[in-house]
Write a protein that binds this ligand. Structure first.
Ligand code: NAP
Length: 247
C-alpha cells in the first residue's frame, strides 16, 4: 500500500485512533494535516512522529462542529500542500449516561462533534474533490452505531448517522471518482475507552469473540485500505474492526 504524493486531513489526529491513522499515512508517504480541538501538545507530538517517518506534517486547531473553523482548516491544508486527496472524519467525543440523566447539552455536544462535524468537513472536501475528480473520504463510525448501547443514546445516534451520511455521499460523488466509506471500530484502547471502569471493560470483553481489545493501529490499517487509489471501486461500505463483536 502506498499514499506517496497524496495529502490527507485527519480530524482529531492528535491522539488515539487519529494519531495511528496519521502515522500510517505518514509511513505510506502522504502529507498529513493533524487536526485537534484543544490538545496542541499531543497534536505536535503526532506531527513530529509523522516527520520522523519522513512525511510532511502540520497541525491545525479547529473545532469540527464549527463551520468557519472547518473552512479555515481546509484553507490551511491547501496553503500547505496544494490539494487534499484524503479526508478522515475521526474527531469524536462521548457523553455517556442513561437517557433519564442525559441533558440536551450532552446530546447536542456529541451530535455536533461526531455527526455535524463530519458533515461540515465532507462539505468542504466534496467541493474540492469533485473538482479534482479524485478523493477518498473515510468516516469513523462505531459498532455502537450498528447495534446500539445502553447509556449511549447520543453517541449511537451520531454513529448511525455517520453511516447514513457515508452511504448517501457515496452515491452523490460516485461518478467523480470520489469514494466515501466508513470504519466501525469495536472496543479500541484509547483515552476515550480508558475512562471506563474495570467492571464495564470486563463485560465488554466477554462479548468480543477474539477475547481482546483492539489497538488504534488495527483501525488505522482499515482506514488506510479505503484511502488507497487501488480501492477506487469500493464505496459506501462499512468495515467493522471489532474482533468479531458485531457478527
Ligand atoms: P480519543 O482518544 O478520545 O481522541 C479524540 C480525538 O478527537 C482527539 O484528537 C481530540 O482532539 C479530537 N476531538 C474531539 N473533539 C473535537 C472537535 N470538536 N474538533 C476537532 N477534534 C476534536 O478518541 P479515539 O478513541 O481515538 O476515537 C477516535 C474516533 O473513533 C472517534 O470518532 C470515536 O467515536 C471512534 N471510535 C472509537 C472507539 C474506541 O473504542 N476507542 C470505538 C468506536 C469508534 P484533542 O486531542 O485536541 O482533544
Amino acid at each position: 500500500m502506498s499514499l506517496q504524493g497524496r495529502s490527507a486531513i485527519v480530524t482529531g489526529g492528535s491522539r488515539g485512533i487519529g494519531r495511528a491513522i496519521c502515522l500510517e499515512f505518514a509511513r505510506q508517504g502522504a502529507n498529513v494535516v493533524v487536526n485537534y480541538a484543544g490538545n496542541a501538545t499531543a497534536a505536535e507530538e503526532t506531527a513530529q512522529l509523522c516527520r520522523q517517518a519522513g512525511a510532511n506534517a502540520i497541525i491545525v486547531q479547529a473545532d469540527v462542529s464549527q463551520a468557519a473553523e472547518c473552512e479555515a482548516m481546509f484553507n490551511s491544508a491547501l496553503e500547505a500542500f496544494g490539494k487534499i486527496d484524503i479526508l478522515v472524519n475521526n474527531a469524536g467525543v462521548t457523553r455517556d449516561t442513561l437517557i433519564m440523566r442525559m441533558t440536551e447539552e450532552d446530546f447536542d455536544r456529541v451530535l455536533d462533534t461526531n455527526l455535524k462535524g463530519a458533515f461540515l468537513c465532507m462539505k468542504q472536501a466534496a467541493r474540492l474533490m469533485m473538482k479534482q475528480r479524485y478523493g477518498r473520504i473515510v468516516n469513523l463510525s462505531s459498532v455502537v452505531g450498528l447495534r446500539g448501547n445502553a447509556g449511549q443514546v447520543n453517541y449511537a445516534a451520531s454513529k448511525a448517522g455517520v453511516i447514513g451520511m457515508t452511504k448517501s455521499l457515496a452515491k452523490e460523488l460516485a461518478t467523480r471518482h470520489v469514494t466515501v466509506n466508513a470504519v466501525a471500530p469495536g472496543f479500541i484502547s484509547t483515552d476515550m475507552t480508558g475512562v471506563l471502569s474495570d467492571a464495564v471493560k470486563e463485560s465488554i470483553l466477554a462479548g468480543i469473540p477474539m477475547g481482546t481489545f483492539g489497538a488504534p493501529e488495527d483501525v488505522a490499517n482499515a482506514v488506510a485500505f479505503f484511502a488507497q487509489e487501488s480501492a477506487g471501486y469500493v464505496t459506501g461500505q462499512v468495515l467493522c474492526v471489532d474482533g468479531g463483536m458485531a457478527v
